[in-house]
Design a protein around this ligand. Structure first.
Ligand code: GA4
Length: 335
């Protein structure tokens, strides 16, 4: 199976710009950097979500032990024989998956575990492969996911303040809700064998897409692979940083802000030498939640609503009928 990337036209050029640039608004832009230990970052956050739908967070306060605990369990799991791992699959959508992504024919050079953050999610299959008690896995996932939820809510509350909308928990309450439909994903991109490379181009690990949820928080080891696209057809490589988190706006937040925040297109390339391991928390609303542009934002900007209202259940159902690279929001745009 050969999964090729589109020519990464500006990859070399733009990654050196990311490291060296000074101006956040130049054409080949810097990735916005947010220091969560600084008291007033709300305006910077709003700017990052408007210009990129993407930013990097440092001084996040997430205990390293929660990260390393989960990472070492993930390494153990992915190092198990395929026949063992397949006992935790196929994904329905939860469980272990290899190469196949979603139900509609997308493939990538990746294996993964997709979990619900729901308290009654069953960890038995994963625990028996790791030879541990399901409660140990549950605890490791819960410790990490609680930190992600906390950071996501903190960011969403600062965003609401930055946008001057009330109440400040207008976004974060959706993640705090007991019924919040949030997910957790572990992705492992094995090194791609040299015979699978094509003319020096990298294999696609996980093809281009936007995330359907409100907000996504990603942490990876120090292997490169993440690229974002701000301008169609141009990809910016994001240098890895295992001590930071990379955050992106999802489709639902783009809709709630009536297009003011951008749900960024991103993809992951396989590395020819090192394996990449990433953990992603996708903060989503309850299934019954109505998603639409916030009335307070429409009034402020005297703008028309760009989207039809939908429930998260409707959007999710439609997302699972789509291919990874599809623009899932067009179906919900007003003409
Ligand atoms: C993209 C974001 C999350 O990883 C995910 C993915 C989901 C899956 O892997 O099952 C989807 C994809 C994602 C969007 C379109 C559909 C559903 C694969 C796919 C082709 C878990 C999610 O919520 O949507």
């Amino acid at each position: 199976m050969v999964i090729l990337s589109m020519p990464a036209v500006n990859e070399q050029f733009s990654s050196s710009i990311i490291k060296n640039c000074k101006s956040p608004s130049s054409f080949f832009p810097c990735i916005p950097l947010i220091d969560l230990s600084k008291p007033d970052t709300k305006n910077q956050l709003v700017k990052a979500c408007e210009e990129f739908g993407f930013f990097k967070v440092v001084n996040h306060g997430v205990p390293m032990e929660f990260i390393t605990k989960l990472e070492s369990e993930a390494i153990k799991f992915f190092s198990s024989p395929l026949i063992q791992k397949e006992k935790a699959g196929p994904p329905d959508p939860f469980g272990y998956g290899s190469k196949k992504i979603g139900p509609n024919g997308d493939v990538g050079w990746v294996e993964y575990i997709l979990l619900s953050t729901n308290p009654d999610f069953n960890y038995q299959k994963f625990a028996s492969i790791l030879g541990v008690n399901p409660q140990d896995i549950r605890d490791a996932v819960n410790d990490y996911v609680s930190e992600m939820k906390k950071m996501a809510c903190e960011i969403l509350e600062m965003l609401a303040e930055g946008l001057k909308i009330h109440p400040r928990n207008v976004f974060s309450k959706l993640l705090m809700d007991e019924q919040s439909d949030s997910l957790f994903r572990l992705n492992h991109y094995p090194p791609c064998p040299p015979d699978q490379e094509f003319n020096g181009r990298n294999l696609i690990g996980f093809g281009e897409h936007t995330d359907p949820q409100i907000i996504s928080l990603l942490r990876s080891n120090n292997t490169s692979g993440l690229q974002i696209s701000i301008v169609d057809g141009h990809w910016i490589s994001v240098p890895p940083d295992q001590n930071s988190f990379f955050i992106n706006v999802g489709d639902s937040l783009q809709v709630m802000t009536n297009g003011r925040f951008k749900s960024v297109k991103h993809r992951f390339l396989a590395n020819s030498v090192k394996s990449r391991l990433s953990m992603i928390y996708f903060g989503g609303p309850p299934l019954s939640e109505k998603i639409g542009p916030l009335a307070s934002l429409l009034m402020k900007g005297e703008q028309d609503s760009l989207y039809k209202e939908f429930t998260w259940f409707e959007y999710k159902k439609s997302a699972y009928k789509s291919r990874l690279a599809d623009n899932r929001l067009v179906l919900f745009q007003k003409l």
